[in-house]
Design a protein around this ligand. Structure first.
Ligand code: BES
Ligand code: MN
Length: 463
């Protein structure tokens, strides 16, 4: 890019920063919670607002209905048989449920700015992050600066529940969506001094286990001692899935797990990880993880099993002396290459059946899953993206593997045969999925610049 052009973009982004933040606040007012049917209205209103907003920016935008929540497709104006490279930018306008509401300092869908932080559900995950890319495109369109590439934005509304409708959408529109690379800002940024490129994601699979005991809650004095307590049986069952060294005990769980290379271990060792601060910021007395791995490795490149929810018996105030009729747990496992979600689920269910006592009836349902993802951190595209991070943040970027999951990334590979560049803008303390979620406005500004630089750097690879 001519330095004049980049200056023009920079000036525009700087000049309109206040308006961008106000627009992002408007976007954040929609309660677009995908996990909860009561928010259906919030989701469609949000998608409509986004469509109108993209049109106003000068993007050719369509709102597509699906079996689930609508998908927004916004394209930069282009020539009929354009020879420019084509990049797809992915994001999601759906957000996690805001509960527990009482822990929010101000309501989750009433955006509030304190210092450099914009507080609201979805601010960081993921509205603020893809908004940075949209605004970088706006800067090109509104200053008449030609983009070196064609861009298509795909913003969906079901990421937090497994992206069920988007795979079908990709198949249906695959001809138009064929692209050189997918760009996604929906992962971790370790700090303004530590711009981060993630070259992998963990996969995920999940299940819900219910143990049914007596046909109703029983008086624990009258019956206690003669029948199994489903809550106790569930605790013992779950405890049997992991040993005291953090190793998952499901037979076959680690089969084929890709070991970390020395290159990766060296790259992860450069992360600004401080055990004392980490413990303090999370409020735990001590860390726990699989023996033989550093915390950075444990939470990005090793598989895990977590209990996400556990329910049984009396939850109200005071005591109620019962043997509960049932107990339930929700579990997810984070997977790494080359674990297969279906195979891991089958192994887990087989093991649960094997160790479940005959005193209870077990019912299992499974949740949406997603495959792990990994690309070479040495490809030319990754190098170009690292250059864009250097351009925008002015310091040396980190290479990481994201411990979270983005279900559609593997489908981009399968259906569109495109790799994804993961350039996250979510700080570790952004409180994603937690109360008081926030987005750092300095990161927002750098993210917009990063986007502008990225199109230049990537497009140069074609020349
Ligand atoms: N933005 C996250 C992915 C992510 C997670 C990035 C953690 C950085 C850290 C994404 O929106 C997300 O939360 N995905 C879910 C997917 C699941 C519901 C299928 C996840 O990882 O739990
Ligand atoms: Mn999320």
């Amino acid at each position: 890019m001519h330095s004049l052009d980049i200056e023009k973009i920079k000036t525009y982004l700087h000049r309109h920063r206040g308006r961008f933040v106000r627009e992002l606040c408007e976007y954040l007012r929609f309660p677009s919670v995908s996990a909860d049917a009561r928010y259906r209205q919030g989701l469609s209103a949000c998608a409509k607002w986004l469509t109108a907003h993209c049109r106003k920016m000068g993007l050719n935008t369509e709102l597509y209905r699906t079996k689930g929540n609508p998908v927004v497709m916004a394209r930069t104006p282009r020539q009929a048989r354009s020879a420019k490279p084509h990049y797809l930018v992915y994001g999601h306008y759906d957000v996690q449920p805001p509960e527990p509401l009482e822990l929010w300092k101000t309501p989750p869908f009433q955006p509030r700015i304190v210092g450099h932080s914009l507080y609201a559900r979805g601010a960081s995950d993921n509205k603020g992050q893809h908004f940075a890319h949209l605004k970088a495109a706006e800067a090109h369109l509104k200053t008449g600066t030609e983009l070196p590439c064609d861009l298509t934005f795909i913003i969906e509304g079901e990421e937090e529940v497994g992206s069920q409708s988007l795979a079908a959408f990709l198949r249906k529109h695959s001809a138009r969506l064929r692209c050189d690379t997918v760009v996604i800002s929906d992962t971790t940024l370790y700090g303004l001094q530590y711009p981060t490129l993630s070259y992998g994601l963990r996969g995920i699979c999940g299940l819900e286990i219910t143990l049914h005991g007596p046909s109703r809650d029983l008086h624990s004095g009258t019956f206690g001692g003669s029948v199994e307590n489903p809550a106790m049986a569930l605790c013992q069952l779950l405890a049997g899935l992991r040993d005291e060294r953090g190793h998952i005990t499901i037979p076959g769980f680690y089969d084929g797990v890709l070991e970390l290379s020395p290159f990766e271990r060296a790259a992860f060792a450069l992360h600004p990880f401080d055990v004392v601060n980490y413990k303090k910021s999370l409020g735990v007395p001590q860390l726990f993880g699989e023996a033989g791995f550093t915390p950075v490795e444990q939470c990005s490149a090793r598989p895990t099993l977590e209990i996400n929810g556990l329910t049984s018996g009396h939850q109200g105030e005071g005591n109620k002396t019962i043997i509960p009729s049932w107990a339930r747990a929700k579990l997810t496992m984070r997977l790494v290459p080359h674990q297969n979600p279906e195979k891991i689920l089958a192994l887990t269910i087989a093991q649960l059946k094997k160790i479940c006592p005959p005193t209870v009836r077990m019912k299992i349902t499974t949740a949406a899953d997603s495959d792990p993802y990994l690309v070479s951190p040495e490809s030319t595209k990754v190098q170009a993206a690292l250059d864009a991070l250097r351009d925008a943040f002015g310091c040396e970027p980190l290479l990481a593997r994201e411990g979270g999951s983005i279900p559609i990334v593997d489908e981009f590979k399968q259906i569109l045969e495109a790799d994804s560049l993961l350039l996250g803008l979510a700080l570790p303390d952004d409180n994603a999925h937690s109360p008081n979620e926030k987005f750092n406005l300095e990161v927002f500004a750098k993210g917009m610049m990063m986007s502008a630089c990225l199109w230049q750097r990537l497009s140069q690879l074609r020349k």
